[in-house]
Design a protein around this ligand. Structure first.
Ligand code: ITT
Length: 195
């Protein structure tokens, strides 16, 4: 089965490909020109739907199945920020590094060196006749100091519950077993198998 990913985030593509060996996974940017999708919904779920529908429409092929991932990190010390705003937390054109530095700085500014935090992934699956959504979460601790180079995004500052290393230090296989994305994707796969 051909599964088109409605994302231009290379970290997501790498992880979803590694977790989806039963499907032919193709980022939409390999089929059509990358285009901007304004993610202006209020929830991860609605932003995932928005991305999946935008890519499905642009592909203009009713036989394709599109999967979108909208995700982010929520930090207790920041009352849930950045949440759905995770991709642009360091400014409009922020890189992953800018976002990471901004989040660590803002947590530190509250007077703590770490805080409970969690990642959320919402996934939307869109076909010509259906739309479905699933979620996954990963709980842990957000640090004010980056450790390790692995993963992507906020991973160097996030220690998953039950571990003493960040996702930047842990290997890809360990993240795959624990992550918000793998939990959402295992539910998504159950839906995909029925299509
Ligand atoms: P697409 O919309 O094209 O999928 P994006 O990077 O803009 O790509 P989001 O809008 O879902 O994706 O934003 C997610 C943000 O949360 C982004 O800054 C990611 O780096 C970060 N993020 C999501 N999952 C993550 C993970 O597993 N590890 C580290 N950071 C993650």
């Amino acid at each position: 089965m051909k599964l088109v990913l409605a994302t231009s985030n290379k970290g997501k593509v790498r992880e979803i490909k590694a977790m989806c060996k039963d499907f032919e996974v193709i980022p939409y940017t390999e089929l059509i020109q990358e285009f901007e999708i304004i993610e202006d919904a209020d929830t991860f779920k609605d932003n995932a739907l928005l991305k999946a529908h935008a890519v499905f429409k642009a592909l203009n092929d009713e036989n394709l199945i599109v999967l979108a991932d909208d995700s982010g990190i929520s930090v207790e010390a920041l009352h849930g920020a950045p949440g759905i705003y995770s991709a642009r937390y360091g400014g409009e054109d922020a890189t992953d590094k800018d976002n990471l530095q901004t989040l660590m700085k803002n947590i530190k500014a509250t007077g703590v060196d770490s805080s409970p935090a969690f990642y959320t992934a919402a996934m939307a699956i869109v076909t010509k006749s259906s739309e479905r959504t699933v979620h996954g979460w990963m709980y842990g601790t957000a640090l004010t100091k980056a450790q390790g180079e692995g993963g992507f995004g906020y991973d160097p500052m996030f220690i998953p519950l039950g571990f003493d290393k960040t996702l930047g230090e842990l290997d890809d296989e360990t993240k795959r077993k624990l992550s918000h994305r793998s939990k959402a994707l295992s539910l998504a796969k159950k839906i995909l198998k029925t299509l």
